[in-house]
Structures are given as structure tokens and as C-alpha cells.
Design a protein around this ligand. Structure first.
Ligand code: DX5
Ligand code: ZN
Length: 232
């Protein structure tokens, strides 16, 4: 058991990435991961410009919000986050993060997100140094460390990103650290030991269900995957 207790959350939080869910059965997939103990739902927004893929829009977020009480963690991989941030907050996002190099005024956009009463995050690509977000720390609730190159699920975990956790927490102990990409039951315990508090997992949760049609079976499969990620 690698849980780190906090006054705000019982860490680690497990955030299934809906990118890896079956898009034709999205509500069933959400119900299954909620029943299996998921803490947060991670929604990858890709615009076909910043990354070579197209995924969810605000109407998806609004629809997802209508079927769950879990916090919605909207990860924006878009060229113009300032344009779309209000759309996603209006649609029901609870946490919003963007890649700071995509925004001319990232400090101002983070202030705006917080002013709307939700959690604000910055995303670091595997090749970006943690110092990029140093001056943003006063207006950050969390930093999302990408452990794959953004754009697709199912990629291999890049272990070097873990070294960014300690210097960020040294500067801001209340910061939440989210790890996204290639997270599985083998690398999760090491991430939690290094104080990662939110683990995003797409294929290592939803990829388990091949050939499973019964809802109750899927819940048990997802529960096992989520428990394995938590280290128990
Ligand atoms: C990649 C996305 C990730 C992705 C994770 O650009 O940001 O959230 O869905 O998927 P897995 O867990 O399969 O690497
Ligand atoms: Zn993501």
C-alpha cells in the first residue's frame, strides 16, 4: 500500500482516460469505472493542430457531466487554449490544464481558470523542463507531467519525467502532481513513492476488457486494474 494521505484527498487518485474507452459505449464505460472505484475522469481534448489527433469537444464534456458526479479533468492539447477554456468550464470541467507554450499569457489564463472556481493546471511534455512552470506556481493547483508524447494513448512510459516531481514539490508542497501516459500496475508503485498524486491510466484500465460484454464482469476487471494501480 503506497497511499499518501492528505487533508484534501486520499492519494493516489486514479483517473481513467476516456480516450481509451469504447466510444460507442461511453456511458457504460463511465459507469463501470465509477463502480470500480475511479476518483476522477480524465478527458483528452486534441485539436488536430497542436497534436495530430482529434478527440473530445465541450458537448462531450457536457454529456459526460450529466452522467457522473466524479470530477472531470480536462487536458487541453490545443493551439489556442484561451479560446476554448471558457467553453470547457461552461460544459462542466472541474480541473483544466493546458500546455503553457501554447499560450502567450499562461499566468493570466491560469488566474482565469481559478477565478471560475475550478482547479488550474499546466502540462509539461516529456522534453520540457520543470523550470518552465516555476513562475506559474502561484496560480497552479496541479502540474500534469506527460510521460508519453501527447497525442495518443497506448504509448510506452518515459521514466525520466519522474525526476521533475521533487523540485516542483520542493517549491510548492501543496501542488498536486499528475502523471499521464503509459501508467500501469508495474510503474505505478514507483510513481506513488515519488509523490505522484494523480495517476492517469487509459489502456491499462480500459484495455483489459477485450471480449467482455457483461457490465458486472467489466466492473470487476476495471476494479482489479484500479486496485493494482493503487498498489493494493
Ligand atoms: C496522451 C493523453 C493520455 C492518454 C493516456 O496524449 O494525454 O491521457 O490517454 O493513455 P495511456 O494510459 O494508454 O498511455
Ligand atoms: Zn491526457
Amino acid at each position: 500500500m503506497f497511499c499518501v494521505m492528505s487533508s484534501r484527498f486520499p492519494y493516489p487518485l486514479i483517473a481513467p482516460s476516456l480516450l481509451a474507452a469504447d466510444p460507442l459505449r461511453l456511458e457504460e464505460e463511465i459507469d463501470a469505472v465509477v463502480a470500480a472505484g475511479a476518483d476522477v475522469l480524465h478527458i483528452d481534448v486534441m485539436d488536430g493542430h497542436y497534436v495530430p489527433n482529434l478527440t473530445f469537444g465541450p458537448h462531450h464534456v457536457k454529456a459526460i457531466k450529466s452522467v457522473t458526479r466524479l470530477p472531470l479533468d480536462v487536458h487541453l492539447m490545443v493551439s489556442s487554449p484561451a479560446t476554448v477554456v471558457p467553453w470547457f468550464i461552461d460544459a462542466g470541467a472541474d480541473w483544466v490544464s493546458f500546455h503553457p507554450e501554447t499560450e502567450a499569457h499562461p499566468y493570466r489564463l491560469l488566474q482565469y481558470i481559478q477565478s471560475r472556481g475550478i482547479k488550474a493546471g499546466a502540462v509539461l511534455n516529456p522534453g520540457s523542463s520543470w523550470q518552465i512552470v516555476e513562475t506559474l506556481l502561484p496560480v497552479l493547483d496541479f502540474v500534469l507531467l506527460m510521460s508519453v508524447n501527447p497525442g495518443f494513448g497506448g504509448q510506452q512510459f518515459i521514466p525520466e519525467v519522474v525526476s521533475k516531481i521533487a523540485p516542483l514539490l520542493a517549491l510548492k508542497p501543496s501542488l498536486m502532481i499528475e502523471i499521464d501516459g503509459g501508467v500501469n500496475s508495474k510503474n505505478a508503485p514507483g510513481l506513488i513513492e515519488k509523490n505522484a498524486q494523480i495517476l492517469v491510466a487509459g489502456s491499462s484500465i480500459f484495455g483489459q476488457k477485450e471480449g467482455t460484454t457483461l457490465e458486472s464482469d467489466r466492473v470487476e476487471i476495471y476494479r482489479a486494474a484500479i486496485n493494482a494501480l493503487r498498489g493494493n
